[in-house]
Design a protein around this ligand. Structure first.
Ligand SMILES: *Cc1c(COP(=O)(O)O)cnc(C)c1O
Length: 390
């Protein structure tokens, strides 16, 4: 079966639920066991089957099974947010005295977690240039346990050479994690040497801006057990409605994603040619410095891209952003609606590399609106920019 078809079937077992197409939403804490013997037996395999609400219900297992299929990994653990998946995965593999190599382009809350919680635990963190490739070898130390990647990078969209990084990391005895939220369906992490893949499922998997959800998918049974054991110890217990919304979203993910990507390509091609624009950050564009790597490793794009404007007063940019009809101001992305955020003013923190464009930068999410309407919205925005800038 092709991938689109497999995603429709993934995690669905109608025969277990009276033929219902979708798994029911289980609200459960206590699970009753028929005998002491059955209770004892289930205790021997604590993470298999339905045992106690905190360890998951059939709704949880359906979502986890579907995401493992989508990512192409062994097995998945769901979490209450994308950030919880990142922090949960890191804490499952790092302890005091260990060293972590973290991409300089990590999602900002990931960096904040490293600099506060992990540093506080006595874990050493080195931020590295996302374009380091095989050069990561020279940054490896005997105590390096995890190399964390995110490709394309948050807000600045650098494409990482994951196979080269993974080969060097494995050579030095470390595992490789990726925040694969942008590449949700188009980057198959486990064929590229990744050990742990993380999704902010809040974005494209949920896809409707109505739930928080994260997932951690492991390449092997051993890695999965390590993640599951650690998350269970911390008491992670993501909500059952969220599982359902994740499952519901992912059935239409391939179709939505193609439309998001198509619209984004049209918008970015148009934006590139505008006199107000210095640079567009979108690997599917032939002009993007990451285009060749993207073409090699990804099978498509999505709706998220960056724009650097030529130097423009803040008031003019604000006037442009404040009155868009479709590009609304809000965090997150991956829902059906178009969004925009300003990313200048210190939202982009880099310590291993330099990021200092002369003009203001923005991040857009192309939603599922008609692309003609979105283009017109952008055009009207530039008219406001011109009026307020002069
Ligand atoms: C949004 C986001 C996250 C965090 O996801 P939440 O569900 O909001 O916690 C992690 N990584 C990336 C790349 C994101 O864009």
């Amino acid at each position: 079966m092709k991938k689109d078809t497999r995603i429709l079937h993934a995690g669905r077992h109608p025969e277990q639920f009276h033929g219902a197409v979708n798994p029911p939403v289980y609200h459960a804490s206590t699970i009753l066991h028929p005998s002491v013997a059955a209770m004892e037996k289930s205790g021997k395999t604590p993470f298999e089957g339905v045992r106690y609400g905190r360890f998951g219900t059939p709704t949880t297992f359906a979502l986890e099974e579907a995401v493992a299929e989508l990512e192409g990994g062994h097995r998945t653990v769901a979490t209450s947010s994308g950030l919880a998946a990142i922090t949960g995965a890191l804490l499952a593999f790092l302890k005091t005295g260990d060293h972590l190599l973290m991409t300089d382009t990590a999602y900002f809350p990931t960096r904040k977690f490293c600099d506060s919680v992990l540093a506080g635990l006595g874990i050493e963190i080195t931020y590295y240039d996302p374009l380091v490739g095989a050069g990561i070898k020279s940054l490896m130390r005997p105590n390096t346990k995890v190399v964390f990647t995110e490709s394309p990078g948050s807000l600045t969209f650098e494409v990482q050479d994951i196979p080269a990084i993974a080969a060097a990391a494995h050579g030095g005895g470390a595992i490789v994690m990726i925040d694969n939220t942008w590449g949700v369906l188009t980057f198959q992490p486990f064929t590229k040497g990744v050990d742990i893949s993380i999704q902010a499922a809040t974005k494209y998997i949920v896809g409707h801006a109505d739930a928080m959800l994260g997932t951690i998918t492991a390449a092997t049974p051993e890695l999965w057990l390590r993640v599951k054991t650690s998350l269970a110890a911390f008491g992670h217990s993501p909500g059952t409605e969220e599982m359902y919304l994740g499952l519901r979203g992912l059935r239409t993910l391939p179709t939505r994603l193609r439309r998001h990507a198509e619209t984004a390509l049209r918008l970015t091609t148009w934006l590139e040619a505008r006199p107000e624009v210095e640079r567009v950050l979108f690997p599917p564009l032939a002009s993007d410095p990451g285009h060749e790597l993207w073409k090699r490793d990804f099978s498509g794009g999505c709706g998220l891209f960056g724009v650097i404007l030529k130097p423009t007063p803040k008031a003019a940019v604000d006037a442009m952003l404040d009155f868009y009809s479709h590009f609304k101001l809000g965090f997150s992305w991956g829902g059906f609606e178009s969004l925009v955020i300003p990313t200048s003013d210190h939202s982009i923190i880099r310590t291993a590399t330099r990021w200092a464009p002369a003009g203001p930068s923005l991040r857009f999410h192309a939603g599922l609106e008609d692309a003609d309407d979105l283009l017109e919205d952008l055009e009207r925005g530039f008219e406001r920019l011109a009026c307020s800038g002069s």
